[in-house]
Design a protein around this ligand. Structure first.
Ligand code: G6P
Ligand code: MG
Length: 220
């Protein structure tokens, strides 16, 4: 069991912040005069803040100066933070706390591997910050998912071989990053969307009791 390390994505796996990103990006789209839907918002999952703005501007068919882009990145984040700073432990997604408890019991260490620069703040808001053995977030990587950098840095923090790391992800880009890193990828969410994952579950409550002790142990 000690061979295994776990890396969690944050948004969409431990908490649902996509709804807050949506409100903040939609507000910017309204300001710029075009429609931004929840379906469009799916394209931003797992994607960095800068890349999210590029995708948003593509949808609106809008070109902006670098200066304007910087200005909107700041105002969008300020707006997003208004929601985030109101979050509490009740927003932890079903099954997440229980899964961390199981890992603690089994003596399996876990770290965070998120594209978000707000990841430490969000973990503190929901009282989970202290539980993680390390945090790799949008401030500590130079290449965004699907580049494997975030997860390889996570493996270093865990002091584990990449092939002994299990990654929980809800985004296509994140599953791809885990697969490229040679890790075991667990897709959380729609199985059709995340079909490249090694294992699929709709949410964390579906992880079977013997998942680490038998299923994963047999694979590595
Ligand atoms: C996560 C979310 C993305 C978000 C990114 C950056 O990966 O899934 O939707 O764009 O983090 O978040 P940030 O908090 O740095 O703006
Ligand atoms: Mg995510």
């Amino acid at each position: 069991m000690n061979k295994i390390g776990v890396i969690f994505d944050l948004d969409g796996v431990i908490v649902d912040t996509a709804k807050y990103h949506f409100l903040a990006w939609k507000d910017l789209a309204d300001h710029l005069g075009f429609e931004f839907t929840e379906t469009d918002n799916e394209l931003l999952k797992g994607v960095s803040r800068v890349r999210s703005l590029e995708i948003l501007l593509d949808i609106g068919n809008i070109e902006l100066s670098e200066e304007k882009k910087q200005e909107f990145l700041i105002s969008k984040n300020e707006h997003y933070l208004q929601y985030i700073t109101k979050m509490g432990p009740e927003e932890i997604l079903p099954g997440a706390t229980q899964l961390l408890d199981t890992l603690d019991t089994l003596g399996i260490k876990y770290v965070l591997g998120s594209a978000s620069k707000n990841a430490p703040l969000i973990l503190k808001q929901v009282n989970l910050y202290e539980r993680f053995a390390g945090i790799v977030d949008g401030n500590s990587v130079s290449k965004a998912k699907p580049d494997p950098e975030v997860f390889l840095k996570g493996a270093k923090k865990l002091n584990k071989e990449p092939e002994h790391c299990v990654v929980f992800e809800d985004a296509i880009a994140g599953v791809e990053a885990a697969n490229t890193a040679n890790m075991i990828s667990i897709g959380i969410g729609d199985e059709k969307t995340l079909h490249e994952a090694d294992f699929n579950f709709n949410n964390l409550t579906e992880i079977p009791d013997n998942f680490f002790t038998e299923v994963i142990s047999e694979k590595i």
